[in-house]
Design a binder for this molecule. Structure first.
Ligand code: ATP
Ligand code: MG
Ligand code: MG
Ligand code: MG
Length: 576
């Protein structure tokens, strides 16, 4: 590829909304272009990276026996009504209507469609196991799209779905995927950890997230340096009730309240009085499973207009929220309820809420509220003048650094990660809802056992950059670099020798199948080098008159501090 033909659009400054290195650098390197909140064009330079990620994923999926298909991005609502997700899913699911007023969704993932395929096409046990995958556009109307491709609304995901005849076979399929994921993430050349994740009510322990280690990651992960124990924070907390303890001034506790999502339910379960006047109030907290700044028990107070019966509201659904609400001030709330202990809820709000942190008011002690996830609530929620600073609040956890590892083989450490992949045993959740059966040996219909397996194709490059960059720009691992080698001729317009040598090298490398870029734009060396350092091409060859006279070219790896002289004749072998 020649730079004069390619579209290179590097920027000196990143836009103000780019908070993390990967977002800043992808914008500055001209890899992506923002079209709307969480919606980006993959520019030619960025698309090359994405295609490389896809190629590795596709190769390993195929090797693991999965078969590729492509399912529609726009899907009729009927299938989603069959599983109940059309109503249950909350505003992350983008619902649209066609000209006939029929409902559709934009796929955030594709269990419904793939299960519909399976129930039609997989009729006999002889056709199982099967694993179908796609690499396709997804849309999730994220509460807070940010960090560029890291948390987009439109993004590309590889999603795979396995179908098996029984639990044992499904576990095998799951294991095969978990292994394939290790191969995939090894090939990217990134530091990552496979961590146990919560698989919900069903599915036992068969859920793992693949987390790329990065300080800017939105997830907290817990691991033991002396053993192979690793889990995400939610899982670690769920698994380690024996270490449960209040770590900070206030005893905040996460209490399982399975299936109990209404005020009345939870109040009864926890044996506290339900405040009848609480009817119009929602108190939401957001744990570390959400965006970083919301980690811990950061409290949101929200006063609905007052015309909803909160006892009827389920987690994740607050009818009428769109109809308008206003934020309560702390004095209003204190005046309203005093500091009586009670239950405030429900939660799971996916609307962007504003924090109304006003520390100048009286303490509200010992409230119970939802934890923005199903099946758990928080007790000991306190709010007011002596609330710890947000950083301290973020550290209130049931699992902390130095706790004994559940496997008894050392002490726990905590680090941050970016979830780039997720493998998940589903059981019969979808096959049951959609009646996806096959006939077993005796001709009896049986529900298919399923698993689902995702990889964030467009999140992966962002994660790679978080791990691999310096003050000059990106440093791509070879496996996913947009170009592996850039040839930088100096004074190409003046010197026919330089031009000839650079073009020859470019042709030879291209013929060998190397992704090589020839910078024939005629830029000055400083500007040219700065561009390629920003873009992060790992290998650079400089062709200059002086070097050619002495019979050498200059090679420099993106991580090297100085160039190495390489004889012209041996350069292709050197680069291979
Ligand atoms: P997160 O916890 O970050 O919201 P998730 O658990 O909701 O992710 P999954 O449903 O497990 O995501 O989807 C599979 C993969 O898709 C994730 O592991 C992640 O790599 C990727 N992914 C999910 N949401 C986004 C997004 N908004 N932007 C980019 N990639 C995403
Ligand atoms: Mg999500
Ligand atoms: Mg997740
Ligand atoms: Mg996930």
């Amino acid at each position: 590829m020649k730079a004069s033909q390619f579209l290179i659009s590097t920027l000196k400054e990143a836009p103000a909304d780019a908070e993390v290195a990967s977002h800043r650098l992808m914008m500055r390197a001209g890899m992506i272009k923002k079209l709307g909140a969480g919606i980006y064009t993959y520019m030619p330079m960025g698309l090359r990276v994405i295609r490389k990620v896809e190629a590795i994923v596709r190769e390993e999926m195929d090797r693991a026996g999965a078969v590729e298909c492509t399912m529609p991005v726009i899907q009729p609502a009927e299938l989603w009504q069959e599983t109940g997700r059309f109503d249950k899913m909350g505003p992350e699911l983008l619902r649209i209507k066609d000209r006939h007023d029929r409902d559709f969704v934009v796929q955030p993932t594709s269990e419904e469609v793939v299960t519909d395929i399976a129930r039609q096409e997989l009729r006999s046990y002889k056709q199982l196991p099967k694993n179908l995958y796609q690499i396709q556009t997804k849309f999730r109307d994220e509460r807070r799209p940010r960090f560029g491709l890291m948390r987009g609304r439109e993004f590309i995901m590889k999603d795979a779905y396995s179908f098996d005849r029984d639990v044992a076979a499904a576990k095998k399929s799951y294991e095969a995927m978990a292994q394939a994921y290790r191969r995939i993430f090894d090939r990217f050349g990134l530091r990552y950890r496979a961590v146990a994740a919560d698989s919900g009510a069903i599915g036992g322990d068969l859920s793992e997230e693949f987390q790329v280690i990065a300080a800017t990651g939105e997830d907290a992960i817990v691991y033991c340096p002396d053993s192979d124990y690793a889990a995400n924070m939610e899982k670690a907390e769920a698994l380690a009730p024996s270490h449960a303890r209040p770590a900070a001034a206030r005893p905040l506790q996460r209490v399982p309240t399975p299936g109990k999502s209404t005020c009345a339910d939870v109040a009864q379960l926890l044996g506290v009085p339900l405040q009848s006047t609480v009817k119009s109030l929602v108190l939401a907290t957001d744990r570390a499973n959400e965006a970083g700044e919301a980690a811990g028990a950061q409290l949101w107070l929200l006063l609905l207009r007052g015309d909803h019966d909160m006892n009827e509201v389920k987690v994740g659904k607050v009818p009428g929220l769109d109809a308008g609400f206003r934020f309560a001030t702390v004095p209003e709330i204190v005046a309203h309820f005093g500091s009586k202990p009670g239950y405030l809820g429900p939660i799971g709000l996916e609307q962007p809420l504003k924090v109304v942190a006003d520390r100048e008011v009286a303490l509200m002690a010992d409230w119970i509220c939802g934890a923005n996830e199903e099946d758990f609530h928080l007790t000991g929620v306190n709010w007011g003048r002596d609330l710890p600073e947000p950083d301290a609040v973020a550290d209130i956890r049931n699992v902390v650094e130095g706790d004994p590892s559940p496997d008894g083989r050392g002490r726990l450490a905590i680090e941050r990660g970016i979830e780039v992949g997720h493998v998940f045993y589903l059981g019969t959740k979808y096959s049951r809802a959609m009646n996806a059966t096959f006939l077993d040996e005796s001709g009896k219909p049986q529900l298919m056992e399923m698993g689902c397996y995702g990889i964030g194709i467009t999140r992966l490059p962002a994660a790679a950059i978080e791990q691999n960059h310096d003050e000059r720009g990106i440093v791509w691992p070879d496996a996913i670099a947009p170009f592996t080698i850039v040839v930088c001729p100096i004074g190409m317009d003046r010197s026919s020798e330089v031009r000839a040598a650079a073009e020859k090298l470019h042709e030879e490398l291209a013929a060998l199948g190397v992704d090589v870029m020839l910078d024939d734009r005629g830029e000055r060396p400083g500007a040219m080098f700065a561009d390629w350092e920003l873009v992060g091409v790992p290998h650079r060859i400089v062709v200059s008159d002086r070097g050619l006279k002495e019979g050498h070219l200059e090679y420099q790896h993106r991580r090297d501090s100085a160039a190495t002289k390489v004889p012209v004749a041996g350069v292709v072998d050197f680069l291979r």
